[in-house]
Design a protein around this ligand. Structure first.
Ligand code: TXA
Ligand code: MG
Length: 320
């Protein structure tokens, strides 16, 4: 398939409306989208990514649709909305929060991989929002990597992953956040974090004080995506607290501190702070792959705030 590259959100939105796949930027990571109301279009996402059929997709909505447009009612069941959904939307949307709610019965089963719940996210990225507006309907979109790979956070990475597999790629700047959205189960008496992201537990508790953090042993059962291998580059990743004294051969150092034996490393990335580390992590993994390195040594960070999300991705990459 020939992939059209465009700078025009209206072109991308029209192709989505016609049932085509479109790769697009968001504030978190790049997504691969399809019209959420079309089972045939959504099925193609699973083919393009080689995604396991049991892993549900997030439905993306334009920022202004949060104020009670028809689009939200096409996706979630208005009769079974948790009371705290309103305050969450008010405080965090648009932005990097995915809320899992009871699905609308008419939504294609492909979107939710057969679950009776659906994840929805209002995007703040201007190009993504303009594309959704031009499409006029909700768009189902996972991250635009082939299954198991790190999410793309730049146009080049998205193109590397999906060129030839989609009708169109909407060009845009690098993702501002660089890690995937926080996924929050909003179906129960109190919200439960299923995946950590840029909206932190601490922030959620300012709005809903009894929000539950992750680490529940039944997490994999609640959020199928957490069962699958994720976020891993093809190179072994090692997680350490401090710069090591012995430098592995053909290795990269990624962290907040300068490494020891600077000249022995093949690649060194010292980030300004946790935000900068999060923003650049996946692209740094890809740089290591392009250089054909043999090891990536990553420095751990404090497990609070955005650091909790970063540590989640680092641990998963190190398990891979
Ligand atoms: O930031 C993001 O969330 C990006 C951008 C493109 O929006 N999208 C993204 O999608 O990361 P994906 O498919 O790579 O990850 C979605 C995660 C998966 O772990 C999936 O299992 C979980 O959200 N999820 C989706 N719908 C769910 C549902 N109904 N119940 C529980 N977990 C769900
Ligand atoms: Mg993903």
């Amino acid at each position: 398939m020939r992939t059209e590259i465009t700078d025009d959100p209206a072109v991308a939105g029209r192709l989505l409306r016609e049932g085509e796949l479109v790769v697009f930027p968001t504030e978190t990571v790049w997504g691969i989208g399809a019209l959420a109301t079309s089972d045939a279009a959504v099925r193609r996402i699973f083919e393009a990514k080689a995604r396991p059929a049991d892993n549900p997709l997030i439905v993306h909505l334009a920022p202004e649709w949060r104020l009670g447009g028809a689009q939200l009612d096409e996706v979630i069941d208005p009769a079974r909305r948790s009371a705290y959904l309103g305050p969450l939307i008010e405080r965090f949307c648009p932005g990097p929060l995915t809320m899992v709610a009871h699905r609308h019965p008419a939504l294609p089963a492909e979107v939710t991989a057969g679950l009776d719940t659906v994840g929805v996210r209002f995007v703040s990225d201007a190009a993504a929002a303009a594309m959704l507006r031009a499409c006029g309907h909700p768009v189902a979109a996972p991250s635009a990597n082939r299954s198991g790979r790190p999410s793309p956070t730049t146009f080049e990475a998205a193109r590397e992953e999906m060129d030839g597999r989609v009708a169109c790629i909407l060009r845009g700047p690098a993702s501002q956040i660089g890690l995937e959205s926080t996924v929050l189960d909003c179906t129960g008496a109190r919200p439960v974090i299923l995946r950590r992201g840029a909206v932190t537990l601490e922030e959620l508790r300012e709005v809903i004080p009894d929000t539950v953090g992750v680490a529940a042993p039944d997490l994999a059962a609640r959020s199928p995506g957490t069962r699958h291998r994720h976020y891993a580059p093809t190179i072994p990743v090692h997680l350490v607290h401090e710069p090591p004294d012995i430098v592995p051969q053909h290795a990269a150092w990624l962290g907040l501190e300068d490494p020891r034996k600077l000249l022995s490393w093949s690649l060194v990335r010292v980030f300004d702070d946790v935000e900068d580390y999060a923003r650049q992590l996946f692209e740094a993994f890809r740089a290591c792959e392009r250089m054909g390195l043999e090891a990536i040594v990553c420095q751990s960070v404090d497990d609070t705030g955005l650091g909790a999300a970063l540590m989640d991705r680092l641990r998963r990459a190190a398990e891979g």
